[in-house]
Design a protein around this ligand. Structure first.
Ligand code: FNR
Length: 187
């Protein structure tokens, strides 16, 4: 389907049992008509180093940046670490923000979601990520938001999103993201 909105999704957690990675898998299950979600694993992206960058993007960075560039929009699931964005997520965003002119993140529509076992559902991590996207000139969808709080009660042991209300809300979120991305593309 040539006119599908193509979304690249990635999570700011590397652990196998990650709720945020599980949230992206649930998003794939609940993808609305007219949208396709591909998940990218940022686990191989090295720590940012401008000396390394000057010698040429490492393969994992080049693949990440190419995948962002090829997507119509992004879906990002971020945990919250110490009231902020986890380093693995921020590091990946820093690579994708380069070069400042012509970076793949520039003018890219973005949806931010997140999950946490705590009561605030990664709210502060998500807010910090929005700040970073001010500098990269990325277009964050203002509303709706997804804050999956008490995540351990909403996924089963295999990482399936079992909470019916969260599934319904996520489906609505994805439809809103499809429409948001369509504002910036011809799809
Ligand atoms: C956390 N966690 C956490 N949770 C939260 O709601 N607010 C916070 O500030 C923090 N801080 C924090 C720091 C560090 C270093 C770790 C390792 C964890 C708990 C965190 O939400 C929990 O581990 C999630 O399960 C992480 O997301 P994934 O890996 O399940 O996607």
């Amino acid at each position: 389907m040539g006119d599908e909105v193509r979304v690249l999704a990635f999570a700011g957690s590397l652990r196998a049992g990650s709720y945020n990675r599980a949230l992206l898998r649930a998003a794939q299950e609940l993808t609305p008509e007219g949208m396709r979600i591909e998940i990218f694993d940022i686990g191989e992206v090295p720590l940012y180093n401008s000396d390394v960058e000057a010698a040429g993007d490492p393969p994992a960075v080049a693949a990440f940046k190419q995948a962002i560039a090829a997507a119509d929009g992004l879906l990002i699931a971020t945990p919250e670490y110490n009231h902020g964005v986890p380093g693995v997520m921020k590091n990946a965003i820093d690579w994708a923000s380069r070069p400042p002119q012509g970076a793949p993140l520039g003018r890219k529509p973005v949806g931010i979601i997140g999950a946490s076992p705590g009561q605030t559902g990664s709210a502060r991590g998500q807010s910090q990520l929005r700040q970073a996207f001010e500098f990269t000139n990325s277009y964050c969808m203002p509303q709706p938001e997804i804050l999956v709080f008490r995540a351990h009660e909403k996924f089963d042991a295999d990482g399936n999103l079992t909470d019916a209300a969260t599934r319904e809300y996520l489906a609505g979120y994805l439809a809103a993201l499809r429409d948001w991305i369509s504002v910036f593309t011809s799809r």
